[in-house]
Design a protein around this ligand. Sequence first.
Ligand SMILES: [Zn+2]
Length: 654
Amino acid sequence: MIPPQIIDKIFDVAPIEEVVGEYVTLKRAGANYKGLCPFHDDKSPSMSVSPSKGIFKCFSCGEGGNIFHFIMQHEGLSYPLAIKFLAERYNIEIEEGQINVDELQEEARVKDGVFACLEFAKNHFYERLNSSQDGKIIFKPYLTERGIHQQTIDEFYIGLSGLKKDHLLHEGIKNGYSVQQLFDAGLVKKINENQGIIESNLRDTFLDRIVFPIFSISGKVLGFGGRIIKKDTKAPKYLNSPETIVYEKRKELYGLSHSKQAIRKNDTVYLVEGYMDVVSLYQSGVENVVAVSGTAFTEDQARLLKRFSQNVTLLFDGDVAGVNASLKHIQTILAADLNVQVVLFPADEDPDSFIQKRGISDFYAYVKEHSKNFVGLIQTVTLNDNPTDPIKKAEAARTIAENIAALPDPLKRAAFITETSNVLDIPERIIIEEVNKFRVSARNLKDREERRNQSNISSSSPDGPPPDFVYQPDYHSGERSKNEDAKNYQEEELLKTLILHADKEFEEGVSVAAFIFKEFEDEEIWPVSSEFSAIYREAYSHFKEYGTFGEYFNKNYETGKLAADANPDRHSLSKGWEKIYEKYVKTDNDNYKSQVIDNLNYLKLKHIDNLMRENQEKIKTAQSTEDIIILQQNHRTLQEIRKKITDQIGTVII
Ligand SMILES: [Zn+2]
């Protein structure tokens, strides 16, 4: 734990424009400064530095935060080391033991060892493919047959794993790496889980496979993806490195290290399913391409892409699996406020085979002709031969509504609702209702997850659950909760509102913060179990002591990044949306009071839903008729309160 007075001292003596100014030339622009962002290949100054708020924000790549976040990112340091770094630069004394540097250095040392190990493996695999007999006779010809050139093999460092189960293990040891390092790097795994990390209990992770190194954005090897080429084997066709201290699957995209420049230049990214698609498209000149490689597309990956472009085009197989995969990804992409188009390839083709056969100009022509937004995609796949079938139409409307509900931007929702109404010839009002239903239940995702675990509560309850709960989208259900990861939307949205507007007046003599905290008390809706609980708690004790927030949120480590993210500046809007905004909305500043009310209402709704679920549980296990009657009364009361809240949220687009 670093003493807060040290952090305060650093904030006092290290103005953000000076800290950033060490690395970036800043020019004054009104109350702020502007400069070229050091975190992406910036051509015109996209980074804004606010001395009054003490935060920086890049409107192109999204990087943002306070002085510590800047140093962490720029120097590649952990939070404590960034504090130490700035303390030293500004001659602020840190006493022995206040920051345990040894511990931190130990962590950095372990990571360095793992990176070195992975780099060694990359080179070794690459050599094997190019120089060993196996490589030359079997594996290289396979790649050649699939149209992969030597230059591409070199560029992506494609390699060949060992054919014996302890090949890399021995090579690694021979080259001075410890078994622990090889294990930490995910290159070897235990044979017997219950035994230790000793040589006799380890074997290679990758066996008999073509391996594709997975690089970080800055080009460090994080792990590998391996593809088997033998047909007569039970081993899975694709295999990825396990999660390690340097490799978090959900945060990486295959190919991004190579494609980031092209993505920025074209302002669009093609998202494909596999390594081969990336390599093949890249080789053919379509360089703005990345792969999700088998896993569900995550929020983290969407955020990562957003740093380079707002426009994502999915290129997937046109078979059932491909359609389902693309539908699965779309919601996550929409929820990240990215624009998404989908191109489905003919059923027997994938992007790789298509471009190999037909070449780049046919590829672009095909993409142009078959590109659809999600409304068009769902309409096509649901209504393919039967455009007037009312049941199919309802199904399509519902699926589209579920996707519209994922859009964070109310104006985009409005625009897509109109489009859907036109395309399907269904009144707008009905689509709005459907979208709202999904938005209300999405706010309760975490609850829904729990409900699924507790199973059949709803079917056994006497009164039946409230209508919003009964509806479970049968369409690719189950996938959704997994990749959305039970987020606490209510807490997060309200927190952003609090960060942005805490000290503004809500009612005469009552600040936004005072109002929110009073509601927490009165309605007993303190966030107690989310990742944001501690932030609220700390903010509240600050509020009790000082009454106002001032720079509190910008300086705080957890909220500093949120503060930069929540900044209502809309520079990142694409041209089309800018016009729509001009037409419809006032600035966020005018809307903050209704934001407060809305977000509080959603939080209340979540609490009511929790109470209702607990009550349902009790009904299930109640022993006496009397108990059941009381519990049923409770249920009805809760239902009434719930209705009042949802009425207040209204049937406007929420
Ligand atoms: Zn940037």
